[in-house]
Design a protein around this ligand. Structure first.
Ligand code: GLA
Length: 383
């Protein structure tokens, strides 16, 4: 892919690229919507991702070329979010703006080409991978230095402030801290990043439902707000709690009437997810993969019943996969409201099994599920 993005750049702009970078997509292993609630989450970078090539221009124009989405042109002097078909350009433009606000010294514009071998819209966070790879090339171009955590924070800020998605640090953090054959563990309260080896003989299979709610972004923002509202009510009784993740199940139960059914269920999901992440960490240490898998399955059910961010398509895939002996556990991965289900499997799970699940899915919904067998890969880097 390095060759391909280098050729793409040359074909688009007629000069060689000066800097190239890769950043991976990510799987959310467990810890659903916990990140912006100050909680715990485990993910893994995948081996697929986004490739970016860049070179400076003499003027102040910014030219962005995507193999799949075409050309967008703007200027360093008008770094404003774009709408409609040019929306994809907001990821690199947002990163440019945040880096400039934080000391990047860029007096000239640039040409940028982007290519990807990551399925787009599958819930594997191609947007964070695009942000991080852009940050790395711009930093190299301008001699700007920062550590991985700072780059992840800048990219999250670009997504929050420029793209307008109130996401947490999961996607950008995993894309930066990914490590081959390892899970990335994040304590989002203090933004602490660690890794944990994947048990040998385990695999990730991703089933993209190829079905999304029309308004995924606003559904995500609604959940963000509901968590915020639930916390505000809980803080009346427990003012020391700064985030939903500092609330216990018994405190939640004691506040059930004030919260009302909907906010109670949203908060239950977050409190329960944090417990499940702890359980999974301990079960991984003990090599108890059945317990890991059970927690993944319960996580999916909590998404379905409490957080209401699943879909009938994701439920079908998760249930079909969870029935198989070779699947330790399966759950929706990422924000939800469509996207993909992740299955954590043993060696015994084979393509034939994936085909059977995809066929059953096709029969039920008349849709093709795209299947990706992937593994935990390294984080973003210059090429
Ligand atoms: C999306 C967001 C993340 C996280 C997940 C849900 O991927 O970008 O920050 O909130 O959803 O866990």
């Amino acid at each position: 892919m390095k060759q391909e993005v280098s050729h793409l750049f040359f074909d688009s702009f007629g000069v060689p690229a000066k800097s190239m970078a890769f950043a991976p997509g990510r799987i959310e292993f467990i810890g659903n919507h916990t990140d912006y609630n100050g909680g715990l989450v485990m993910g893994a970078a995948v081996t697929e991702g986004v490739f970016v090539a860049v070179a400076p221009r003499a003027d102040r124009k910014i030219s962005l070329f995507s193999r799949s989405a075409g050309l967008v042109e703007t200027s360093l002097d008008s770094l404003e979010p774009l709408e409609g078909e040019a929306f994809w350009a907001n990821y690199p433009l947002g990163v440019t703006k945040v880096l400039l606000e934080n000391g990047l010294s860029l007096s000239h514009g640039f040409n940028l080409a982007v290519d990807s071998n990551l399925p787009i819209g599958a819930g594997l966070s191609s947007s964070a991978a695009f942000e991080l790879s852009t940050a790395y090339v711009l930093a190299e171009l301008c001699g700007f230095e920062a550590d991985k955590k700072t780059f992840a924070q800048f990219c999250r800020r670009a997504e929050n402030e420029f793209v307008g998605m109130p996401c947490g640090i999961l996607d950008q953090g995993v894309s930066a801290f990914g490590q081959a054959d390892s899970l990335v563990c994040i304590d989002c309260a203090d933004e602490l990043f660690g890794t944990k080896a994947m048990p040998t003989g385990t695999h990730f299979w991703i089933f993209n439902s190829n079905k999304k709610h029309a308004l995924v972004e606003s559904a995500y923002s609604d959940r963000h707000k509901e968590c915020h509202d639930a916390l505000a009510i809980l803080q009346k009784g427990y003012p020391e709690a700064e985030t939903l993740s500092q609330i216990s199940q018994s405190q939640l139960d004691a506040t059930a009437d004030e919260l009302g059914d909907l906010l109670y269920r949203r908060a239950c999901h977050i409190v329960g997810e944090n417990d499940r992440v702890r359980l999974v960490e301990a079960a991984l240490d003990e090599g108890d993969l059945a317990a890991v898998g059970a927690a993944l399955s319960v996580s999916h059910m909590s998404s379905r019943d409490n957080f209401a961010n699943s879909t009938p398509e994701l439920d079908f895939l998760a249930e079909a996969l969870n029935e198989l002996d070779s699947v330790y556990g399966a759950r929706l991965t990422g924000g939800g409201f469509g996207g993909a289900v992740m299955a954590f499997t043993s060696d015994a799970f084979a393509s034939a099994d994936a085909d059977l699940v995809a066929k059953a899915y096709q029969k039920e919904f008349g849709l093709e599920a795209t299947v990706l067998h992937t593994r935990a890969g390294n984080g973003g880097c210059l090429l």
